[in-house]
Write a protein that binds this ligand. Structure first.
Ligand code: FMN
Length: 173
């Protein structure tokens, strides 16, 4: 289905709600053309440096990390309720072991402004280019959060993706 460009605040509340549960789908494509997808539950959408930014947190152990490092791009894809099984699959299985797109016959297409793929069945996608990253620094983080979220280390890299475009399927009447 064709997608149309929408303002970056389009369905903001819904995006944030789905980030909480069941999660959004972070996809990335290497320069070689290989793509991968994982579920994210943490992130934020706002303005930094006068630019529209989607911030995502990715642990270096994730296979997807290598794809973002290689290409400097990612897409955030908002799933439909019917996709919740796949969202949990993408959050529990690694692309090192299984092609997650093929496993659920999910078709993908390159973004309109980035080479990273978008998931065709997702009604809303954010296409992003990394303009900054930094690490979560344990000495700067509340000890309670370090203990609760990082019992095994593997501190996230925080990617700041400048939004190149937000695209949505036409609303169903
Ligand atoms: C609901 C949910 C939210 C998640 N959020 C994140 C996240 O924000 N950052 C992260 O690094 N991993 C997150 N994960 C874990 C990854 O999705 C999971 O480890 C995935 O299998 C990684 O796939 P990959 O190895 O193919 O990259 C989440 C998992 C679930 C189920």
């Amino acid at each position: 289905m064709e997608r149309y460009e929408v303002p970056f605040t389009y369905q903001y509340e819904r995006t944030m709600e789905l980030l909480t549960r069941p999660g959004l789908l972070l996809a990335a494509t290497k320069r070689s053309g290989a793509s991968n997808v994982m579920t994210i539950g943490w992130g934020t959408l706002g303005i930094i440096w006068g630019r529209k930014i989607f911030v995502v947190l990715v642990r270096p152990s994730r296979y997807t990390y290598q794809f973002i490092e290689d290409s400097g791009e990612f897409t955030v894809n908002v799933p439909t309720p019917e996709m919740s099984d796949w969202v949990s699959f993408c959050g529990t299985r690694s692309g090192r072991d299984v092609n997650k797109f093929a496993a659920y016959q999910m078709s993908i297409s390159p973004g309109q402004r980035v080479r990273a793929v978008t998931i065709d069945a997702c009604p809303l996608v954010y296409e992003c280019k990394v303009v900054h990253y930094n690490e979560v620094l344990p000495p700067h983080l509340s000890p309670e959060i370090v203990a609760g979220s990082y019992p095994r280390g593997d501190f996230h890299r925080i990617y700041y993706g400048e939004i190149q475009g937000v695209f949505a399927h036409a609303a169903q009447s």
